[in-house]
Write a protein that binds this ligand. Sequence first.
Ligand code: ADP
Ligand code: MG
Length: 337
Amino acid sequence: MTAGPAVEVTGLTKVFEKGRRTIWQRLRREPDTREKFVAVKGIDLRVERGEIFGVLGPNGAGKTTTLRMLATLLEPTSGDVRILGIDVKTHPREVRANLGAMLSGERSLYWKLTARENLEYFAALYHVPPKEATARIESALVAVKLADRADDYVERYSTGMRQRLALARALLPDPPLVILDEPTVGLDPQSARDLRDRVRELKRQGRTVLLTTHYMEEADQLCDRIAIIDHGVIVALDTPAALKRRIRAGEVVTLEIALTGDDAALLARLGNAASIARSERHNGTLAVTAHCASARDFVPAAFDAARSEGATIQHVEVVPVSLEDVFISLTGRALRE
Ligand SMILES: Nc1ncnc2c1ncn2[C@@H]1O[C@H](COP(=O)(O)OP(=O)(O)O)[C@@H](O)[C@H]1O
Ligand SMILES: [Mg+2]
């Protein structure tokens, strides 16, 4: 019934107006003078069927806004979105029938009901054919590993279990495309790992997964391809390995330097021995991220440089190239901040 890639987006744009327009301004047909804010700036994106595709970016980058437009929950200001070849503008119902979404800030689960009762309720709400509902609920519970706790009240569930149940709810339409907005946010490391395993399982079942995250390790481990988004613009799009290859450095060294004087002279000296990707001053401490060919050569040179500037290196760490470095090299800022 459907053809084309899982997701095809061209020139997708969302402009928000800041603040509220009062009823009087509307009634008097006063011109709308509110300040405009472009949250998503004409992005192009193509997600192939069967892949786990990640949209990685810091808070406020436009991830949720983008997903809400794909899921037909928010009208784009301009641009085209096709989900499995179906146009969201002309056929929103068909799109909704083919995707399962788990978005943040949704009124999601009833704590006074059991997991199974929650799914029965949402199956009815989503028009799952009654004949299929029981089987769909069972397979959704199995898919998120909650089958043995299905008749417990949700109020007894841990945060991780609730998140898995929210994922089960998204699976009720048996969707070929699953959209997840920051699925592991707020979970402890074990629950987050567990949820990532469930997401991999969705791929093994032949579904396409489009997710957002601001955790670079998560994007790296989980996604076949990643779009890095910043201020509503896709700044890079590739496999995690290819993105990391863009950092033409063997190693990344982070330094914490105690320094009373001026940064500039020290940074200039460090810059002779490595490429300084980022430096930031917090009171008396200068944090530096340097890309170098070899830490064995750079670290002694950094100690020499610090000594001659009257500074003390308090902490050195040599780390492999990560998506964080890719983000820093593209934007000049750290993803974590
Ligand atoms: N309904 C809205 N009205 C006005 N501004 C909004 C609205 N929703 C989001 N924004 C703004 O758009 C930007 C992108 O938000 P969002 O898509 O939620 O980012 P992310 O999910 O990447 O953290 C933010 O600056 C946010 O404040
Ligand atoms: Mg968000």
